[in-house]
Design a protein around this ligand. Structure first.
Ligand SMILES: CC(=O)N[C@H]1[C@@H](OP(=O)(O)OP(=O)(O)OC[C@H]2O[C@@H](n3ccc(=O)[nH]c3=O)[C@H](O)[C@@H]2O)O[C@H](CO)[C@@H](O)[C@@H]1O
Ligand SMILES: C=C(OP(=O)(O)O)C(=O)O
Length: 465
């Protein structure tokens, strides 16, 4: 079947975000260096959960620096289906949740992305009832929601999972959720966010112990605080929320995407190129910067909010263990694996956050990498070069890893399964093209696809030096 552009029924009026059929591919002619400045978009994982957070407020919320992603589009569709009004102008998204018309989120949408589930806390707090299908997202492990459920139960909700739907309600005897002391078994990002949102409108104080410390949790907390929520300690492992009865209109700007920034740092390192990235928050990238420096990559921080990557003489092997923030981020593991395939020596990667997140290893081996996987550990033996081949994306960051490897590989790499990439990268191929990469989006018949001309209302945020 010939690949073609399809317009998703838009949840964000004004935006023309589209999805591509799976028959489109990225063709990369590798081995060329890159050069220039790349503008980093707003963080996917902040934007998605802040869109959910807007449900807490019955007044206008304006969110700035919203990235152009299929997941953002789908989250918009989820909110639209709940009866919420959304308008997108460029990277600004206006949300008004004055009336949430239904407590039931659509199965076919929620099952496509993880963050949609996190809205359960906000819907429950606003309506006293929520029916949320179990979520989708990257297939990188079982990804249960037990910590979300137990936290809501501790706050007085009745919660049951039946027929793939998580049904939650506040018993009639109470009108609001009640504050609670919750200690998470593990510092789940999503559970921390779900419970923090629910607690903003609960009666009394909630303490979340062993909370996730990711920058996106902090961004969500700042968004809620700007609406009048009383939250202390976000960004640390103990978050204290003093519930209020109402939240108010606000404007908020999403933080830069640390995973996109890390991906471009590796694009520079793997092609031995000089790139300038902005805006970046270097504190959010500390574990990635430390590992890159350990490998011999030169990085220079340039105020305000810029990071320059310079060509490395040689890349040295290193070991990585993924951990909750401020440890090495699991979302950077696949892109980093691509870089390690070309380092001198042996590297060991231990994926400790998700139990099935090494599937990209076999695709990288098609490109000539030497990786063996045992359980949650990958042994990477550096090779002098990669060679282009057809490969298939298995999830979002695997897709980024294959693009990076393709940029370095000699000859032609053809990447299939692009719906994974488009979920979470804002025009990655266009940004790379503007840095001089030989990368094209093609239909299965080999024709160039006029991707951005049909899809986007905003120009790619890149300037070539
Ligand atoms: C939309 C979003 O923000 N996605 C991010 C979020 O996912 P997400 O919020 O799903 O990730 P979590 O931090 O919750 O998951 C971490 C670990 O906890 C487990 N777990 C989680 C919840 C639960 O109720 N029970 C349970 O056992 C998971 O299976 C996993 O093994 O954080 C991950 C870890 O940084 C990132 O990779 C994702 O990009
Ligand atoms: C795992 C990721 O996303 P999600 O949680 O949305 O599946 C990711 O962003 O790498």
């Amino acid at each position: 079947m010939e690949g073609r552009l399809i317009n998703l029924p838009s949840g964000l009026p004004g935006a023309k975000v589209s999805a591509l059929t799976d028959s489109s591919v990225l063709q990369i002619s590798g081995g060329h260096s890159l050069h220039g400045h790349v503008e980093i978009s707003g963080a996917k994982n902040s934007a998605l959960v802040i869109m959910a957070g807007a449900l807490l407020c019955s007044e206008d919320c304006r969110i700035r620096n919203v990235p152009l992603l299929a997941d953002v589009e789908k989250m918009g569709q989820v909110l639209s289906a709940l009866g919420i009004s959304l308008k997108r102008h460029g990277d600004v998204l206006d949300i008004n949740a004055s009336e949430i018309k239904t407590s039931k989120a659509p199965y076919e949408l929620v099952t496509q992305l993880r963050a949609s589930f996190f809205a359960i806390g906000a819907i429950l707090a606003r309506l006293g009832v929520a029916q949320m299908p179990l979520p989708g997202g990257c297939a990188i492990g079982a990804r249960p929601v037990d910590l979300h459920v137990r936290g809501l139960q501790a706050m007085g909700a009745e919660v049951q999972i039946e027929h793939g739907i998580c049904n939650a309600y506040i018993p009639k005897s109470r009108r609001r959720l009640k504050g609670a002391k919750i200690y998470l078994d593990s510092p789940s990002v999503g559970a921390t966010e779900t419970l923090m949102m629910a607690a903003t409108l609960a009666e009394g104080e909630t303490i979340i112990g062993n909370a996730a410390r990711e920058p996106e949790v902090f961004d969500l907390a700042n968004f809620c605080i700007s609406m009048g929520a009383k939250i202390k300690g976000a960004g640390t492992s103990t978050i204290i929320i003093d519930g209020v009865t109402k939240l108010y209109s606000t404007e908020h700007t999403i933080i830069p995407d640390r995973i996109e920034a890390g991906t471009f740092l590796i694009a520079g390192a793997i092609t031995h190129s000089e790139l300038l990235l902005s805006p970046v928050v270097t504190e959010h990238l500390l574990p990635v910067i430390a590992k890159l420096r350990e490998m011999g990559v030169h990085l220079i921080e340039e105020p305000p909010n810029c990071l320059r990557v310079l060509p490395a003489k040689a890349l040295r092997a290193t070991d990585i263990e993924t951990l909750p923030h401020p440890g090495f981020p699991t979302d950077m593991q696949a892109p980093f694996m691509s870089l390690l395939t070309l380092a001198e020596g042996d590297s060991l990667i231990n994926e400790s956050v998700f139990e099935n997140r090494l599937r990209h290893a076999s695709e990288l081996n098609r490109l000539g990498a030497d990786i063996r996987v045992k359980g949650n550990t990958a042994f990477v033996r550096g090779v002098p070069m990669l060679s282009g081949a057809p490969v298939l994306c298995t999830d979002l960051r695997a897709a980024a890893a294959l693009v990076l490897a393709g940029l370095a590989a000699q000859g032609k790499t053809v990447i299939h399964g692009l719906h994974h990439l488009d979920r979470g990268y804002d025009q990655l191929d266009v940004k790379l093209q503007n840095l001089g990469a030989k990368i094209r989006r093609l239909t299965s018949t080999g024709r160039d696809q006029e991707f951005m001309s049909n899809v986007n209302t905003t120009p790619a945020k890149i300037t070539r030096k």
